[in-house]
Ligand binder design. Structure first.
Ligand SMILES: *Cc1c(COP(=O)(O)O)cnc(C)c1O
Length: 378
């Protein structure tokens, strides 16, 4: 950005001085590059975007039909309590509706947690290479983020527990983690939750829950009755394919949900999203098919990496972090010129890796072929 000049610049400077230290130190979240932008900037047509962990199958036809029905009633506010969606979720998950907080994407719930439990002088603990939003929401309220070194790219729970101190209010755990795809087994995660000092809220972020097929992968929502300090977050953006609509939820003790609901925007989840999410829950076949396509895609992408002589971090999500064997930024740029959008993750402390979303087999082959050409000319 250009430095502001003149009287207006001085005024802007005075305003900047009033922003909190935490916010001044932040940079906006960097989303995956939209294909339209690539077309504008480089004139590339038919770009394939595997940069935002979107579902290559799109969304369930049931969800789409439900969304379209709401379009006839755009003049009406949504149900601010999300009664119907909460009812269906509660039945499905075996919790009370009072234990559910709906969000404008699960990111919204992460933000609510920071606003409720953090303030200047307090700390949130999270792992190196963890999802970027944890740091964002922590710094936005001027609390300290304690980033704990990772172990084999994943969360080091012993080190994270050791990092919890008297000022710690929140611990963020992504299971599986984005962008590494690493995951934690049930026994270790449960022991970690049991060992946390009282008053520390543990957020287990299960945005990719529906994709994971490992037998030892825990459904943390089953521990809610046992751990009142546990918050589990989930999303309709990934396996349910509703990223455009922004809807997710948190599951927790009713007293915690009550606090989160006090600071939630009155209509934070729109009517189209509410209806589509409710319908999406009725289409288990779609989710099962998404899971199957992803499983096979992960295997195919991993095999393609092996063929190219590239290491990747074993992942249970719908993405793979690939080590390109050198600085990843020029490889990312060269892939863009090939019409392939992936995600550079230097901002996550992984400057040699690119995160590639698992697409359809055809998309995976296209990325692999482009990678092969780009790496040959490096
Ligand atoms: C994608 C993602 C989310 C949030 O997605 P929403 O679209 O806001 O629901 C949360 N956590 C992780 C780890 C993610 O990758």
């Amino acid at each position: 950005m250009n430095a502001p000049r003149g009287a207006a610049g001085t005024a802007a400077g005075a305003i900047l001085a009033h922003a909190s230290r935490g916010i001044l130190g932040l940079r906006p979240y960097e989303p995956g590059k939209p294909p339209e932008e690539l077309e504008r900037e480089l004139g590339v047509r038919d770009a394939v975007k595997l940069a935002s962990n979107e579902n290559p199958l799109g969304a369930s036809p049931l969800a789409r039909a439900a969304a379209e029905r709401v379009l006839a009633r755009l003049g009406v506010y949504p149900d601010g309590n999300g009664y119907r969606l909460k009812r269906v979720l509660a039945d499905r998950l075996g919790v009370a509706p009072e234990q559910i907080v709906l969000g404008n994407g699960s990111n919204d719930v992460l933000d609510l947690l920071a606003r409720v439990f953090l303030r200047p002088g307090t700390e949130a603990v999270y792992s190196q290479h963890a999802f970027a939003v944890y740091r964002l929401v922590t710094r936005a309220v001027d609390a300290e983020g304690i980033e704990v070194p990772a172990r084999d790219y994943g969360h080091d729970l012993d080190a994270m527990l050791a990092a919890v101190g008297p000022r710690t209010r929140l611990v963020f755990i992504a299971n599986p983690n984005n962008p590494t795809g690493t995951w934690l087994g049930g026994e270790r995660l449960r022991a970690f939750l049991a060992a946390l000092p009282p008053g520390v809220v543990a957020v287990v972020d299960e945005a990719y829950f529906e994709y994971v097929t490992e037998p030892d992968y825990p459904d943390a929502s089953r521990w809610l009755a046992e751990f009142p300090h546990l918050v589990v977050t989930r999303s309709f953006s990934k396996a349910y394919g509703l990223a455009a609509l922004r809807v997710g939820y948190g599951l927790c003790h009713a007293a915690v949900a009550d606090l989160l609901n006090r600071v939630r925007q009155p209509f934070n989840v729109n009517a189209v999203a509410l209806a589509a999410a409710e319908a999406a829950l009725q289409d288990e076949d779609f989710v099962a098919e998404s899971r199957r396509v992803n499983r096979e895609g992960l295997e195919l992408m991993t095999a393609e990496c092996r063929r190219l002589g590239l290491d990747c971090i074993p992942s249970v999500g719908n993405f793979l972090a690939i080590d390109v064997g050198g600085e990843a930024a020029p490889v990312y740029e060269a892939l863009l010129r090939e019409g392939v959008i992936v995600r550079p993750i230097a901002g996550y402390g992984l400057p040699q890796h690119l995160r590639v979303t698992i697409g359809t087999p055809a998309q995976i082959r296209r990325v692999a072929a482009a990678l092969s050409r780009v790496l040959e000319h490096r």
